[in-house]
Design a protein around this ligand. Structure first.
Ligand SMILES: [Zn+2]
Length: 220
């Protein structure tokens, strides 16, 4: 992605992702983060999208909500400061030892999980997925190969006090920030364009602090 004013990038991603489904948004955000949505393993997608999140929204609110699996309450929590995703510890193909044999598995990609459940034949065409215990062995080997692939956050529920490890959907999280910010930016542009006749590009290139000052001035 071109380096440009952050607000312009946010608005561009919001516009492109508005009509996409979650899988399409993950692809969009992966590409915007400089990753290859067709070839990147899921952990690489998450690491790239998280870096993009920090570039666009670093230092701003980290408040989020999650549904407690124990009591069903929607609980608020703060994302930890300095959250960083563990690195991949293996190549894109790993060997899983099972029943005295070794089976090659490719780390899953976005396309492999686009339908919800992972496409196991795509990940390991020769692997004995139906053999009892193989799927568990494969999952453990994949998680060891890329601990950043399915990040879990340990969250304590304010309602019932239970701590749960919840999966953290990084592209989904970045999208929620974009979806919250895009309409606000449109509103800012509309108000400043009406007040001063400036172009969208000029308004989006203002720093957030200066945009806020002009919004104040326009309201007087
Ligand atoms: Zn709870």
């Amino acid at each position: 992605m071109q380096d440009g004013p952050t607000a312009a990038v946010i608005l561009e991603l919001y516009e492109k992702g508005m009509t996409a489904d979650p899988a399409g948004r993950a692809r969009l955000l992966c590409a915007a983060a400089g990753g290859d949505p067709d070839a990147a393993p899921l952990g690489d997608v998450d690491r790239a999208v998280w870096a993009l999140h920090e570039r666009l929204f670093g230092g701003t609110t980290r408040a989020a909500t999650a549904t407690c699996p124990h009591c069903g309450e929607v609980a608020e929590f703060e994302l930890p400061e300095g959250l960083s995703l563990p690195d991949r510890t293996a190549g894109e193909t790993i060997a899983v030892a099972f029943g005295g044999q070794s089976f090659a598995l490719r780390l899953p990609r976005l396309a492999d999980v686009a339908g919800g459940a992972p496409d196991l034949t795509a990940i390991g065409p020769d692997a004995p997925w139906d053999a009892p215990g193989f799927a568990e062995a494969a999952e453990a080997a994949l998680e060891a190969a890329d601990p950043g692939m399915r990040l879990q956050l340990e969250l304590a529920c304010a309602g019932c006090g239970t701590a749960s490890a919840l999966p953290f959907d990084i592209p989904g999280w970045l999208w929620s920030r974009l979806a919250a910010t895009g309409p606000r930016l449109i509103d800012d542009v509309a108000r400043l364009a009406r007040a001063f006749g400036w172009s969208e590009a000029a308004i989006l290139s203002l720093s957030p602090a200066r945009r806020a000052l002009y919004l104040q001035a326009a309201a007087q």
